[in-house]
Design a protein around this ligand. Structure first.
Ligand code: ACO
Length: 332
């Protein structure tokens, strides 16, 4: 068996579609208002993909940006992982295979979707880490991409105001001595919360029919208050678990990049962990909740802004439908 390799994030990228929908725009189509959305969630606007644009297209754009930064040819990618809860097609072909073709990654290279709702980014990062650490693969592309607006019920103000479209990407490669490295992860799931946050229609239990369409079962349904409470506990727990696993303290971490579901959830996690609010990224005002993309978009943004630098410790922590949860600790 070959020796386990250290793994680094060589480059990151992000892409959001150009069209912006503000809270004021939403006021025109659903019974809501800018003040409610801002004060209850922190969201001011979200980006919206044009009709007919699938998650693969956003993912390809984000991947191109990451690869350009590393001056890395897509032809040399040897594994593609795509975290998405809004694949181009239910249920095949998988979105990763579409990305392979559109990005110009050679046929024969494996391509796999990862389904863990908002936790998909960390689940995919974990998987990519193991692929490179094992020595089986050297240049793994990890993407989190969503067209959330394709699964919204625009009559349901409880949910349709919360989400947006976007994608983040990263290239994982073996790390040389002294380079940054992915230090560890914590992953978890608790299926008892499955009914609290779901898209009830369109799967094998409720195949698409006139009835599922009429009842609008193809949009997100959510028990917001219960989800909120679970999210705070799960993200605080996951943060502590990954720190313990890596034998590090929260104070060592330059920036925590939490899943962006609600600014008040981020606030509550920081209070629960007794950590300063400034140690947590919040960019939900601009993007809303882009599910599996939020933390990858966030990481790319803070690297670009110089808010984190080589050598800094960064912690991604997520929570999503399932319920699923996870955290990754990274030395940049
Ligand atoms: N505009 C105006 N009023 C609204 C809206 C809206 N968009 N939505 C709800 N309201 C009203 C409600 O009807 C209610 O009115 P009432 O008091 O007259 O009954 C009032 O506002 C308060 O509603 P609550 O649901 O109690 O509001 P709360 O403060 O709990 O916030 C929210 C709701 C934002 C949904 C919050 O519970 C939350 O963020 N939950 C978690 C969301 C989340 O994490 N989602 C996804 C995660 S992951 C994934 O995998 C997809």
């Amino acid at each position: 068996m070959s020796e386990r390799k250290k793994v680094k994030i060589t480059a990151t990228g992000r892409y959001v579609p150009p069209k912006v929908m503000t809270n004021k725009d939403l006021e025109k189509i659903v019974d809501t208002n800018d003040e409610w959305i801002r004060t209850r969630t922190g969201i001011q606007q979200r980006h919206v993909a044009e009709k007919g644009v699938g998650s693969s297209a956003l993912g390809v754009e984000a991947a191109r940006k990451a690869l350009d930064k590393a001056a890395f040819d897509p032809k040399d990618i040897d594994f593609i992982l795509v975290a998405t809860g809004t694949p181009d097609y239910y249920s095949f072909p998988n979105t990763a295979s579409i990305v392979q073709k559109e990005l110009g990654v050679p046929p024969g290279v494996p391509a796999m979707d990862v389904s863990a709702a908002c936790s998909g980014s960390v689940y995919a990062l974990y998987t990519g880490h193991q692929l490179v650490a094992s020595g089986d693969y050297k240049n793994v592309l990890v993407i989190g991409t969503e067209v959330m607006t394709s699964i919204l019920n625009w009559d349901d103000r409880d949910t349709c105001v919360l989400f947006g479209d976007g994608a983040g990407a990263m290239l994982l490669q073996p790390a040389a001595e002294g380079e940054g490295e992915i230090l560890g992860h914590h992953l978890g799931a608790d299926g008892s919360g499955g009914d609290l946050l779901m898209v009830p229609g369109g799967g094998s239990r409720n195949p698409t029919s006139a009835e599922t369409l009429e009842k609008k079962l193809h949009g997100i349904t959510m028990q917001g208050t219960q989800v909120f409470k679970y999210a705070v506990k799960a993200m605080a727990d996951s943060t502590l678990k990954v720190l313990k696993k890596c034998n590090l303290q929260a104070e060592d971490v330059k920036l925590i990049i939490p899943h962006q579901a609600n600014d008040r959830i981020i606030e509550a996690v920081s209070r629960q962990l007794k950590l300063p609010r400034e140690q947590f990224l919040s960019n939900i005002a601009k993007y809303g909740n882009t599910m599996a993309a939020t933390t990858l978009i966030g990481l790319d943004e803070v690297i670009e802004q110089g808010r984190v630098e080589k050598g800094d410790l960064v912690l991604l922590v997520v929570f999503g439908a399932g319920f699923t949860t996870g955290a990754s600790l990274i030395r940049l």
